[in-house]
Design a binder for this molecule. Structure first.
Ligand code: F6P
Length: 484
């Protein structure tokens, strides 16, 4: 049968015949990693079933088999809403104060990681490479090892990784974060995330080995590396060029009546800094009366994780703030902020990006943020828009010609918005061109290739390494973006 790439993630996005959007950045990245590879994508079906132990559903599409497991209501509550999204998510985003830890949720998280391993274990062939994604499945590597698998097993964290003092706020941190040591390679978005985790391991008695590229802890060795996730740059550029000419985008432009368009696109999540951004827009209108009636801020915000309390709270806050700004500055012919709680297809979104004069990407903390990358790829290089980008998004480490802001500083974001709206075309082009060139050379294909070749390297025999290189289509001699 030959080696396969087995991807495991909480959510799986099997191809949708209606072409609906994939659920977020991780899904898009995984799809790209599987492109042209023989593989399997394993995860939660998104369905709740009273028979969670039933056989997983298998769907074959071209070279990829999608394997979908149902979860019980209790599993979803304790694992997904509970430990993953009410505890790990805030902690990894530096908000340990928001965690709502319970022992029941921790047990649910461990149980679902074991359930995934039980279902996956019989499907793993000896030569397969397993690549686990994100904070929901930190213990899967350990569970697969416990079931006897000696394969290359890697993990990639799509979120930020907080410093050790914050990671230690998790009551079971030694078991859960320590579980990452059972992987051969743990990948992070930025050097800062990797360094935070390395310091966490050191604080727990871990020692750098193999010239510092790996750490030894509790008798195991784990390699740490940096691989900034990216987009399908070329494809996205083409998509946006065509979408920019679509009837839907013509309608949007017409509805603006010649106004400039500032755009925000985020899941409704407290890490995205949406309230701070609205306050900055309000400050901009306060300080710049000439711009009133001449710019529209469109905030596209699909709802997310609505069963978690903090998400219900952020929804109320955002709705209230937008109502306040629209009531204060709007008039019968102009609504300052348009607010939309839905997701759009990839194509429509690409067209919106192309039509927007400014993108406001101002998260309080973000692993990477692919909206920033997609916005740049969607621009007309002859007349590009301006990216206003939070210094706390992983993307800011790469996209340094954006207008970099501190999202906590209302005045600073308001001033950056004014600068962006008034920026001369030469400066817009000068800033956009090097960032686009970077995205062309560091696209999603390279991300997958760099990660998988780093996973294949190490203690593996030279012969196996060479065959893995052929399998992954990796080029000899190309260095990973960075490895510790
Ligand atoms: O890393 C966070 C992430 O997995 C994103 O890649 C994705 O956009 C989002 O979370 C999806 O969240 P959920 O599956 O909870 O809706």
């Amino acid at each position: 049968m030959g080696p396969r790439l087995i991807i495991v993630s909480n959510r799986v996005a099997p191809p949708d015949p209606k072409g609906s959007p994939a659920a977020g950045g991780m899904a898009v990245a995984v799809k790209a990693a599987l492109k042209n590879r023989k593989g399997l994508w394993f995860g939660w079906s998104g369905k709740v079933s009273e028979e969670p132990d039933a056989k997983p559903q298998m769907i074959d599409v071209k070279k990829v088999t999608y394997v979908l497991v149902d979860l019980s209501k209790n599993d979803v509550q304790e694992y997904y809403n509970g430990l993953a999204n009410s505890v790990l998510w805030p902690i990894l985003h530096y908000r340990g104060d928001l965690q709502e830890y319970t022992r029941a949720d921790a047990s649910g998280y461990i149980r679902v990681n074991q359930l995934f391993a039980d279902h996956l274990s019989p499907l793993v062939g000896e030569e397969d490479v397993v690549w686990v994604h994100d904070y929901h499945l930190m213990l899967l590597g350990r569970e697969l090892r416990a079931r006897g698998h000696r394969n290359r097993i890697g993990f990639f964290l799509h979120t930020p990784c907080a410093p050790p003092d914050i990671l230690q706020m998790l009551p079971l941190h030694e078991q859960i974060f320590g579980g990452l040591a059972y992987y051969d390679l743990v990948g992070f978005q930025t050097a800062n995330d990797r360094d935070n985790f390395a310091r966490y391991l050191t604080a727990r008695g871990g020692k750098p080995v193999r010239g510092g590229e790996a750490y030894e802890i509790d008798g195991r060795q784990v390699k740490l590396g940096v691989f900034g996730v990216s987009i399908e740059t070329k494809t996205y550029m083409r998509l946006a060029r065509n979408a920019g000419r679509s009837a839907m985008i013509a309608l949007v432009k017409e509805s603006l009546g010649g106004n400039k368009l500032a755009l925000g696109v985020d899941r409704l999540d407290y890490t995205k800094g949406i309230p701070d951004r609205i306050r900055a827009f309000e400050r901009f209108l306060e300080d710049n009366p000439d711009w009133r009636g001449k710019v529209t801020f469109l905030q596209i915000t699909p709802k997310s994780r609505s069963d978690v309390k903090d998400y219900a709270d952020i929804e109320r806050e955002v709705t209230g703030l937008i109502g306040k700004v629209n009531g204060r500055f709007g008039d019968a012919a102009w609504t300052p902020i348009r607010y939309v709680n839905r997701s759009y297809s990839r194509t429509v979104l690409a067209g919106m990006y192309r039509a927007a004069d400014v993108a406001l990407v101002t998260p309080l903390r973000d692993g990477m943020n692919l909206v920033a990358k997609e916005y740049l790829a969607a621009q007309d290089p002859q007349n590009p828009g301006v990216l206003v980008l939070s210094e706390f998004a992983g993307a800011a480490r790469e996209l340094d010609r954006a207008l970099i802001v501190n999202p906590h500083e209302t005045d600073g974001v308001a001033a950056a918005l004014k600068r962006a709206l008034e920026m001369p075309i030469e400066e817009r082009r000068e800033r956009h061109a090097p960032m686009l060139a970077h995205l062309e050379s560091h696209d999603i294909g390279r991300w997958a290739e760099d990660y998988l070749s780093a996973l294949a390297e190490g203690r593996t025999s030279r012969r196996l390494l060479d065959s893995l290189r052929v399998f992954f289509g990796t080029q000899q001699g190309r260095e990973p973006i960075a490895t510790l």
